[in-house]
Design a protein around this ligand. Structure first.
Ligand SMILES: C[S@@+](CC[C@H](N)C(=O)[O-])C[C@H]1O[C@@H](n2cnc3c(N)ncnc32)[C@H](O)[C@@H]1O
Length: 406
């Protein structure tokens, strides 16, 4: 596959490995993963790649930044710099590599679909015409803060969310977005907090609805679709950012679950129930434990949407859940999918001592995976390790570990 290029490479925090051909990126990530897990697994680690590593992301979150003009040749020691007045600029894009207070004003991007740049240009022109200030991260001033764009890769639905600190002309904003994405749902979110996150205090619909649908097709080993699952995604719902490779991973986990035929699945760190819903027809009951309440509400809605009635959702931290609800080991299977920080040691210990025959661990961070395997492997043997490249052009990789009680 030929190497991709981007004029922002090296500056933009969106991609770290774009200077390598995709096959080399994957080889490098595989070698690093192999090294990180070498204490536990010395066998081969096959990697399922992203078929088309261009435009694969289903969501981007970009920042509006009012910032001192970037001068790569800036010399602190040059006396002329002491008297030269500061020049400012506006940027809309990913954060500059290693900086929390600066964005790259992107004019191209290989991560999201081809409509992104025309959309950003329309929004830049709208902001200028409306005389709206971009947010200054240091002074905490300005109206325009973040822009989230999300699309259902298997449904074609789109949602655009503008995060602001104050009122703005909603009518002209809708017109600007519609000039590029006529079908998009459009929302406004108010975020006046100091933290630089796209976490809104309030959300309202400017056009269409407050969510989109995404679908995953779960396939058997021959590639034939066995099950479809529909997800309702609101701006805050967690969903894997690479739909097409994620559905390969969910299909793979489903095939393993099908072969094991458990009666009860513990879907720990379950989010909105992706694993539970993917495998609901393969077990009597699935118990989905997730600490974030809106994800649980999404999960309940998604279960209803898919006609699933055998998933029980618990809004709890896994470490608290395992203390209050001892895991019933008979005919059970545990699926673990913790966040980047890994498992709480108490949760890992409870799983290690659960006596459940099979544990499947899905991880987005090999380093914390290795820390958790230290606690799990005195009780469990590793049967297989494989990986999925959900995040082309970045250093990240998703790992899937199958374990069996010793
Ligand atoms: C990597 S996501 C996995 C989501 C889901 N399994 C999926 O495939 O969409 C990790 C999830 O764990 C949740 N989480 C983080 N810490 C947790 C904890 N201590 N107990 C329960 N859930 C937690 C996060 O809110 C997030 O939804």
């Amino acid at each position: 596959m030929p190497k991709m290029t981007c004029s922002h490479f090296g500056q933009c925090g969106g991609c770290a490995l774009l200077d390598l051909p995709y096959e080399e990126q994957v080889a490098r990530k595989r070698a690093k993963l192999q090294q990180t897990l070498s204490e536990f697994w010395t066998g081969d680690i096959p990697v399922t790649v992203t078929d088309d590593p261009k435009n694969f992301r289903n969501k981007v979150e970009l920042g509006f930044c009012h910032q001192v003009k970037w001068r790569p040749d800036y010399d602190k020691k040059d006396p002329a710099n002491k008297t030269r007045p500061l020049e400012f600029e506006n940027a809309l894009g990913f954060k500059l590599k290693g900086r929390w207070d600066r964005a790259v004003d992107i004019t191209e991007c290989v991560l999201f679909n081809d409509k992104l740049i025309p959309l950003l240009n329309a929004i830049r022109a709208w902001a200028k015409a409306e005389n709206l200030d971009y947010y200054d991260q240091r002074k905490h001033t300005g109206v325009l803060r973040h822009l989230m764009v999300r699309e259902g890769k298997n449904t074609g639905e789109e949602i655009v969310v503008l995060f602001v600190t104050d009122d703005f002309n909603e009518k002209t904003f809708v017109q600007a977005v519609q000039s590029v994405l006529p079908q998009a749902n459009i929302m406004a979110a108010v975020n006046t907090g100091l933290a630089d996150t796209a976490a809104p205090e309030s959300l309202r619909v400017l056009k269409g609805k407050d969510h989109i649908f995404e679908k995953i097709f779960l396939t058997d080993a021959s590639g034939k679709t066995e099950r479809e699952v529909v997800f309702q995604l609101s701006p805050q719902s967690f969903f894997q950012t690479n739909t097409l490779t994620a559905q390969k991973m969910y299909s793979r986990v489903r095939r393993v679950v099908k072969a094991l035929a458990p009666k009860r699945i513990y879907d720990l760190y379950g989010g909105a129930g992706s694993f539970s819903l993917s495998c609901a027809d393969l077990c009597e009951k699935s118990i989905c434990v997730e600490s974030v309440a809106p994800a649980i509400y999404n999960g309940i809605e998604n279960a209803n949407l898919n006609g699933v009635s055998n998933v029980q959702f618990f809004c709890s931290k896994v470490e608290d859940f395992v203390k209050q609800h001892p895991i019933e080991r008979k005919d059970a299977l545990i699926i673990l999918d913790p966040p980047r920080g890994g498992m709480h040691p108490k949760a890992a210990k409870a799983v290690a001592e659960s006596g459940v025959e099979r544990v499947l661990y899905i991880s987005c961070n090999p380093v914390t995976l290795a820390a958790d395997l230290k606690i799990l492997t005195p009780h469990y043997d590793i049967l297989q390790v494989e990986a999925f490249d959900f995040f082309p052009h970045s250093e990240h990789i998703e790992t899937f570990v199958q374990m069996k009680l010793k």
